[in-house]
Design a protein around this ligand. Structure first.
Ligand SMILES: Cc1cc2nc3c(=O)[nH]c(=O)nc-3n(C[C@H](O)[C@H](O)[C@H](O)COP(=O)(O)OP(=O)(O)OC[C@H]3O[C@@H](n4cnc5c(N)ncnc54)[C@H](O)[C@@H]3O)c2cc1C
Ligand SMILES: Cc1cc2nc3c(=O)[nH]c(=O)nc-3n(C[C@H](O)[C@H](O)[C@H](O)COP(=O)(O)O)c2cc1C
Length: 576
């Protein structure tokens, strides 16, 4: 194709060029051929192509990891070698050596980093180092229905900057439908990396990432990108007996084609109470049947209030927006929409509609699955504690737990499955220690039912706790049966209020510390499920003390021991 003279020039150029220069030329020529870059030699002097990048991801439910791997493949197509690594396994000592680092991280809990990203997140927020070589960009995954939208990604972005890094592409925050924005961000990143911004090559565009289409209806849940189901409630019963301070509902839902693994949760979007919705409509003279547009979907004012927008505990930003729209002076802080419309009336239904369409969507609530696919085929069970709190002396109930407690057998309920890939049973012959007080028993009812149904040979040890033996021993009969049949090798219970001094699961762990350490040191996996604070913190501190004492270790070495079993996947938490 080339005449001899051109061929010689090309071969000479190739011979005298480094690998990075060749990669850059390759990209540059692609751009010229695509007609997007002027074939001027002046462009060669600017923006050398990048041949190597690192993509770190911090994920709880897999979205960030999937994007990281997809983007690495696309980078490779553009002749950029991309190393993909999870924030949990990333060698932190490598950070100061990084030149091009992309971080993809989600936000969980109440604006917290995913469990697997905590070590990385804490490290970059500690003092004593600089990242002056670093060129970075952050992709933040989140959900606008949470008040702390994409907080972790924002923090990582700010912190990289504070440590001396240079941002190559601005932070991109993504809502639940993240594909389009994420691809746009990566295209920008690629452009910068291959130097297209300076008149060189055009990056191969980051094609849209595909998401599995939900098989079973539930349009309001489709946007989560998770498998959505519509099930039928089979049973809803309060597990607490008379005299208890609590209400804990055991709910069974039958759903065709349901697929999950023990350790997963289900997500439910609750509805707002009808009396509150009606009261808001009455107070604002709104027409419940009027069609309005919310997030590009047409719906009635009533439907919007009942099933789509969050009307409780509005964020400070939304309260301020309400004050600005209505012209009232409202003290800073959170507030319920009903309280706002009662105290600070809107001027007209139109003004109310304007406020309404600016509200956040109702956030889904997660519930750890308490059933096992092997033992309860076609069904999913959850355990829901009715959340109660006090506002100015008035007792109120949590939106979703109250809603779920009122579900009737025979009714329909939409939900999605939220996988938890870290919280899994080990091989069938391995031992497990399970600490699950209160609703934390959910994960372990699932584990034990699975091990029972599959005849797993590993030993099982359960710690359960609640307030009173007589009224709060959730699943007492099942637990006793599993103990009698040998599925449960050991069971220890703590009822905190049956005696003067409080006894909790961590005290029971300490009572049996020598044996607990022997199980752990012999390869058992240790799981905690239930309240994050203070339960899971107290359990972890007790576990450290046990490792220290019975493993003859210093406090530092006990921490390292726990860290090591965490890395092996033998210490897992499902806490909230
Ligand atoms: C992975 C995971 C698994 C979980 N598994 C379970 C489980 O198995 N069982 C279970 O019961 N729960 C579980 N949860 C917790 C569950 O998701 C919900 O958080 C819980 O049911 C409370 O939700 P709610 O809608 O009832 O309360 P919300 O309405 O969300 O209220 C929660 C709290 O917010 C505050 N609040 C809300 N509104 C106001 C207001 N107007 N004024 C003042 N304060 C207010 C109160 O402190 C209240 O207690 C899990 C959570 C996670 C993340
Ligand atoms: C229990 C729970 C809490 C969440 N909290 C937040 C939050 O505070 N802020 C936010 O922006 N997104 C929040 N999200 C949304 C996730 O960040 C979002 O689903 C993201 O796509 C998950 O990505 P991952 O699979 O990589 O973890 C939360 C999701 C769940 C399930």
């Amino acid at each position: 194709m080339l005449d001899e003279q051109k061929k010689k020039i090309l071969l000479d150029l190739i011979k005298n060029s480094s690998k990075d220069e060749l990669l850059w030329m390759n990209g540059y020529l692609n751009g010229v051929v695509a007609g997007q870059a002027p074939a001027e030699t002046t462009a060669v002097a600017v923006s050398p192509a990048v041949s190597k990048i690192t993509i770190v991801y911090g994920t709880e439910t897999g979205n960030s990891k999937k994007l990281a791997t997809d983007f690495a493949a696309k980078a490779k197509k553009n002749h950029i070698n991309a190393k993909v690594v999870g924030m949990d396994t990333y060698r932190l000592t490598d950070l100061p050596k990084e030149e091009y680092l992309l971080a993809i991280v989600s936000t969980h809990g109440d604006g917290d980093p995913p469990e697997a990203a905590k070590k990385f997140y804490d490290h970059i927020h500690s003092n004593g180092f600089k990242l002056e070589k670093l060129k970075y960009s952050v992709l933040a995954l989140g959900d606008t229905s949470y008040p702390q939208f994409c907080k972790t990604g924002e923090d990582v972005d700010v912190q990289f900057g504070k440590l001396g890094g240079n941002q190559i592409v601005p932070l991109q925050k993504c809502d639940l439908e993240f594909e389009e924005d994420a691809n746009k961000w990566f295209s920008e990143v690629l452009k910068t990396l291959v130097g297209a911004g300076n008149g060189a090559a055009t990056a191969t565009p980051a094609a849209a990432t595909t998401t599995a289409a939900p098989a079973h209806g539930a349009p309001s849940l489709k946007k989560t990108g998770k498998q959505a189901y519509e099930g039928t409630v089979l049973l809803n019963t309060d597990l607490n007996d008379r005299g208890s301070n609590k209400e804990t509902f055991h709910i069974e839902i039958e759903a065709e084609g349901i697929e999950y693994t023990c350790g997963d949760s289900i997500g439910i979007v609750p509805e707002n109470p009808s009396d509150v919705v009606t009261a808001i409509i009455a107070k604002t003279w709104a027409d419940g049947n009027k069609i309005v547009t919310y997030k590009n979907e047409k719906t009635t004012v009533y439907e919007l209030l009942k099933r789509k927008v969050n009307i409780i505990h509005l964020t400070e930003r939304l309260v301020k927006q309400y004050a600005d729209t209505t012209g009232h002076t409202i003290p800073a802080g959170k507030a319920d929409l009903l309280d706002l419309v009662n105290k600070y009336p809107v001027k007209s239904p139109t003004q109310f509609e304007e406020i309404l369409v600016g509200l956040n969507a109702i956030a889904p609530r997660l519930y750890t699955i308490a059933s096992s696919p092997a033992a309860h085929e076609g069904e999913v069970h959850v355990i829901v504690a009715r959340d109660a709190y006090d506002v100015n002396g008035e007792k109120r109930y949590g939106l979703c737990s109250d809603y779920l407690g009122k579900l009737k057998a025979g009714g329909k309920q939409k939900f999605f499955v939220q996988p938890n890939k870290r919280f899994r049973l080990p091989a069938e012959n391995k031992d497990v220690i399970m600490v699950g007080p209160g609703t934390g028993i959910a994960a372990f009812r699932s584990f034990l039912a699975e091990r029972d149904a599959t005849g797993a040979s590993g030993r099982n040890w359960l710690f359960f706790g609640e307030q009173h033996f007589a009224s709060d021993f959730l699943y007492q009969t099942e637990i006793q049966n599993w103990h009698e049949t040998g599925v449960l090798t050991r069971v220890n219970v703590a009822f905190s209020r049956d005696q003067e001094e409080k006894i909790y699961v961590q005290h029971k762990m300490m009572e049996h510390a020598a044996e607990l350490f022997a199980w752990l040191d012999g390869g058992a996996s240790f799981y905690v499920c239930g309240k994050k604070d203070p339960m899971s913190v107290d359990v972890e501190n007790t576990l450290l003390k046990i490792i220290e004492k019975y493993g003859s270790k210093s406090p530092e070495d006990a921490k390292k021991y726990l860290e090591a079993i965490k890395e092996e996947g033998r210490y897992e938490k499902d806490v909230y």
